[in-house]
Design a protein around this ligand. Structure first.
Ligand code: OAD
Ligand code: ZN
Length: 246
């Protein structure tokens, strides 16, 4: 199953950088994007320019977000999250790069500044003009009363979940820090991502190019399996369960 080989690679590594996608959170009840039943098999993504241009698109975006709220609110870290948090506590993981927006790495014990969120975070909101942040508890009553997406109290621009939509600029600081981490690790673990969304999908091969060993854990093949040192095509919770420590 590759678990033993993974264990050896973890033992031999001094600096491990995990890189996660939606597959690590499916056992927590949060659907991924591209599997059967995934988010993009049910809803078309709303690109950033559409969100900016259309009140209807913004309303729809917030309707979807609040429809997901019970799922996000109930989600607890899974075995994958907990195993990575154990390696972090053991001092082997300086930081984690994630495409996920669900805040579960923080909940599992990573300090906020050790979680590099390439695609933002859906547990709070932000004005797209002035970047003022808002709790969802500010958005919710407004949305419930009017059925409409709110505008910023300070500058009047639209307020959006603090996530990155297609067509929206990547967070510069997160990209820089992810690059830095990737270039200075000796083991890179790509976990639960289809590796089709760029520039995020560039990190595994960047790690490989910089001399790290690359492990891909995903129950479906990816385009980068052929450059990996180890591919574990198996359930993440079962694969990482043995590495859940104290
Ligand atoms: P995807 O849905 O594209 O890929 C998730 C992968 O995890 C799939 O290949 C699944 O087969 C696999 N998977 C799911 N559950 C698993 C499990 N329990 N064990 C093993 N493998 C499992 O999600 P991402 O790669 O994260 O970005 O998607 C990348 C980006 O696309 C997201 O961050 C999001 C989305 O559009 C934006 O919206 C900008
Ligand atoms: Zn504003």
């Amino acid at each position: 199953s590759g678990v033993e080989q993974l264990g050896n690679m973890i033992a031999e590594a001094s600096t491990i950088v995990p890189f996660t996608g939606a597959g690590i959170s499916t056992e927590c009840g949060i659907p991924d994007f591209r599997s059967p039943g995934g988010i993009w098999t049910r809803n078309r993504p709303i690109p950033f320019d559409e969100f900016v241009a259309s009140q209807d698109a913004r309303d729809e975006s917030w309707r979807r977000r609040f429809a997901m709220e019970p799922t996000f609110a109930a989600a607890k870290p899974g075995r994958g999250h907990r195993a990575l948090a154990s390696l972090y506590r053991a001092g082997k993981v300086p930081g984690i790069i994630t495409q996920n927006i669900d805040n579960l790495h923080q909940s599992s014990g990573f300090k906020a500044d050790a979680v590099i969120e390439l695609h933002g975070n859906t547990t709070y909101a932000r004005c797209i003009g002035c970047s003022k942040t808002y709790d969802l508890s500010w958005v919710k009553p407004h949305f419930d009363k009017t059925g409409r997406a709110p505008d910023c109290a300070d500058c009047g621009d639209p307020v959006k979940t603090a996530t990155i939509s297609f067509g929206q600029a990547m967070p510069e600081d997160a990209m820089l820090r992810a690059t830095e981490l990737t270039q200075h690790c000796d083991l890179f673990l790509a976990i639960g991502s289809s590796l089709v969304v760029w520039p995020a999908a560039g990190f595994p091969m960047m790690a490989k190019n910089c001399g790290a060993r690359l492990v891909i854990i995903n129950n479906e093949p990816t385009d980068q399996d052929d450059i990996a040192d180890l591919v574990i095509r198996h359930d993440i919770g079962e694969t990482l369960g043995p590495f859940v420590g104290n």
